[in-house]
Design a protein around this ligand. Structure first.
Ligand SMILES: NC(=O)c1ccc[n+]([C@@H]2O[C@H](COP(=O)([O-])OP(=O)(O)OC[C@H]3O[C@@H](n4cnc5c(N)ncnc54)[C@H](OP(=O)(O)O)[C@@H]3O)[C@@H](O)[C@H]2O)c1
Length: 266
């Protein structure tokens, strides 16, 4: 597995597995948990060592149990999770308690990447960021960042931080590549992770189908390859063993400049 070296030199596998519906009844985000770790174990067997979760997904425990069950040491995994901030920042005591819950559910004493899940008011962002910095300085978080942040919100952190954000996890896929925001990230050494990276692959253009055919790859593999060639980390998710394996099989070919230019306009 290939790694991206973050600005603090911590290594992040460039392909990870999302988990937001894993272990849930009917594979549905809002449904209750089934109590098994089937998809996480399948991902680990397929070769994933980067697993991405969040407090709000309720799948931290599924990831923690799956890793424990796999017999593969915790140290071989890169785990990302996120502070649930959709309802704002509920104070330092709340943040500490939520972080302790994450560590317990994930069955670990450190987290490879900890993110603020959604932007809030400026004061709330800065209060949350200070907590993330404290855990980073203590070595509990190995890298810290945000998700769904826009340029202004990143600038706010950059202007006030003692530790700059290492990553921003954003929606990025066919039809919404986010070229401008990613250029801003690159200027500030902020790694980009693309969520929902497979959105819109079901109705590919003729051009995209032709590129896939040329390399003997699926459309999913072509769009993921495009992302990693421009330095973007991807966290696709599948409940199906074969489809889940595909993103790990994109390192044996290279899109030409002409092809990446074509895809960048799709
Ligand atoms: N930070 C955020 O706010 C945020 C928001 C949304 C999502 N996320 C994260 O991003 C992860 C991925 O996003 P996502 O689940 O929304 O979308 P996704 O990974 O882009 O797409 C998932 C869908 O694609 C199908 N699929 C998977 N692999 C495929 C392949 N090789 N070929 C064809 N179809 C394939 C899956 O169906 P099957 O299961 O049937 O294969 C599933 O329906 C989530 O798990 C979550 O962890 C983060």
């Amino acid at each position: 597995m290939f790694d991206k070296i973050l600005v603090n030199n911590y290594e992040m596998p460039i392909v990870g597995s999302g988990t937001n519906t894993f272990g849930k009844v009917g594979n549905t985000y809002t449904n209750p948990l089934r109590g098994d770790t089937k998809e996480v174990v399948m991902a680990i067997q397929n070769g994933y060592r980067h697993l991405e979760t969040a407090q709000s997904y309720r799948t931290e425990g599924v990831v923690g149990k799956g890793i424990a069950k796999s017999g593969t040491p915790r140290s071989e995994f890169f785990i990302t999770t996120k502070l649930a901030t959709r309802n704002g920042y509920q104070g330092d005591d709340w943040a500490h308690a939520e972080i302790q819950k994450s560590l317990k559910s994930l069955q670990t004493d450190y987290i490879d990447q900890f993110l603020i899940h959604h932007p809030m008011t400026d004061d709330e962002i800065l209060a949350a960021w200070k907590i993330l910095e404290d855990y980073y300085k203590k070595g509990v978080f190995k890298s810290i960042g945000v998700s769904n942040f826009k340029e202004d919100q990143l600038k706010l952190i950059l202007d006030h931080a003692t530790v700059p954000p290492h990553a921003n996890q954003i929606e990025s896929h066919l039809g919404k590549w986010q070229h401008d925001l990613i250029a801003f990230h690159n200027t500030h050494n902020i790694a980009t992770t693309a969520w929902s990276p497979l959105k819109n692959i079901d109705q590919p253009s003729k051009q995209l189908s032709a590129i896939a055919e040329k390399y003997g790859k699926t459309i999913a593999q072509i769009v993921l390859r495009y992302q990693i060639q421009r330095g973007v980390i991807v966290i696709p998710k599948s409940h199906n063993k074969d489809r889940q394996a595909q993103p790990l099989n994109i390192f044996d070919f290279q899109l030409t400049e002409e092809e990446t230019t074509q895809i960048s306009k799709m």
